[in-house]
Ligand binder design. Structure first.
Ligand code: FAD
Ligand code: UDP
Length: 375
């Protein structure tokens, strides 16, 4: 039977879910408080320079999931792109992720791979237990000098707390390589949408069974009359934050326009604690097939998220985890709603994982209908 479904949020989670459910023959109303689709993946042309800008921070598509890769390629052209990041530390520029070049540069050496591996292993701090936090993870991988030069200051700026308070898993996202490979990611597929992410997400939402309302803030009474709600807004907001607010970091972007090249690469990180910003993104390097005389950069600063700020990174410190457990338990008791995406589940999700989870969620919902088993 044809269902009437409400999708809160027109980001990647909302668009993939809406598309899958519409293709299965259901009517989907999608609403978003913003004036555009795409959520935090939103891209638009900078009015002054014409450069395609990643409005909410740099987004690079990378995945090992062939089905997800095929899925996104259905909705727009993804061009080959390899992300390479530089970092400035102590007034010198190095390549990231930590690789043979950065190690040799930093120690003013010319070590081959095996020698560098042994050299870094000798610097690494041996712990009698599995690293319990970010700092211990970094020290046990790299030792004091590399940790302090590249990770300690940046991490404190990014997360607004001591690296000892953060989970080890955050560092595990980054590889340590004893080769000159400076590809930031290690996935099979990597690319950049030729015209940006927003047209891809708009194409997903372009279906006769989908109706879209932008500039529309969801409130619980709006759910009335729908057979099911998929909610990609913040989990705590569903409950009016009645048990407290889950902690997020927000970002401020200072826009700089420059004649010619500003820094000569897409992303330059700033590792030193004394420099208040974390990184500068020069957007034209995300579309190397385009040519622009002028350049636009975003200088990014991280701070605690207050009321009215955009929530970017879930913090998941001990107090957030306790609150999260409480909200998750309550979410399980709710009927007629499924919590999805990075805000709805309070997790950091890359775009490929977001798509995978949305595809799986849609499949689960359709299966529950087929078996007359409410989700
Ligand atoms: P969102 O994109 O946040 O979309 C949620 C939507 O819901 C928003 O449009 C919001 O306005 C709307 N909404 C929320 N509450 C309400 C409400 N009450 N009423 C109406 N609408 C509402 N991933 C990668 O794979 N590669 C990267 O390089 C990468 N870089 C990133 C950089 C940054 C700075 C950040 C923060 C994330 C990055 N990501 C990256 C992750 C990527 O942004 C997410 O995977 C993706 O945005 C998740 O989509 P979503 O739809 O779940 O959430
Ligand atoms: N990090 C760092 N220095 C860098 C880059 C990253 O200390 O130059 C740390 C930082 O804590 C960051 C984590 O490593 O949150 C993971 O890096 P990633 O590039 O995945 O950052 P994110 O996606 O969180 O911006």
């Amino acid at each position: 039977m044809r269902k009437s479904l409400l999708m809160v949020g027109a980001g990647l989670s909302g668009a993939v879910l809406a598309r899958q459910l519409a293709e299965a023959g259901h009517d989907v109303t999608v609403l978003d408080t913003r004036s555009h689709v795409g959520g935090n993946c939103h891209t638009q042309r900078d009015p002054e320079t014409g450069v395609l800008v990643h409005v909410y921070g740099p987004h690079i598509f990378h995945t090992d999931d062939a089905e997800v890769w095929d899925y996104i390629n259905r909705f727009g052209r993804i061009r080959p792109y390899t992300h390479r990041v530089k970092t400035t530390s102590g007034g010198r520029v190095y390549t990231l992720p930590m690789n043979l070049h950065s190690i040799n540069q930093f120690f003013d050496a010319a070590m081959p791979p095996a020698e560098a591996r042994a050299f870094v292993a000798a610097k690494a701090v041996t712990l009698p237990y599995t690293p319990r936090n970010f700092e211990e993870q970094a020290l046990s991988m790299l030792g004091h000098e590399l940790y302090e030069a590249f990770f300690k200051g940046y991490t404190a700026k990014q997360w607004g707390c001591e690296p000892t308070e953060l989970p080890a898993a955050i560092l595990k996202r980054l590889p340590l390589r004893f080769t000159y490979d400076d590809n930031y990611f290690f996935h099979t597929y990597q690319g950049m949408p030729e015209d940006g992410y927003t047209p891809i997400i708009a194409a997903m939402l372009d279906h006769p069974c989908i109706s879209l309302s932008l500039n529309t803030q969801f409130d619980r009474p709006l759910a009335q009359g729908f057979d099911h709600v998929f909610y990609s807004g913040p989990l705590d907001s569903w409950f009016g934050q009645d048990a407290g607010a889950l902690g997020y970091r927000t970002l401020d972007f200072a826009r700089l326009v420059h004649d010619g090249d500003y820094q000569g690469c897409a992303v330059m990180n700033y590792a030193d604690a004394e420099i208040p910003y974390t990184r500068v993104t020069e957007h034209k390097y995300f579309a190397p097939w385009e040519h622009h005389a002028r350049s636009v950069c975003y200088r990014e600063t991280s701070r605690a998220c207050g009321p009215g700020d955009i929530p970017y990174y879930p913090i998941r410190l001990a107090k957030d985890k306790a609150l999260l457990t409480d909200y998750i338990a309550r979410a399980h008791c709710e009927t007629g709603v499924t919590f999805v995406g990075r805000l709805g589940t309070y997790r950091y999700l890359d775009m490929d994982v977001t798509i995978r989870e949305a595809l799986d969620c849609a499949a689960l919902y359709l299966e529950s209908l087929a078996h007359d088993r409410p989700m």
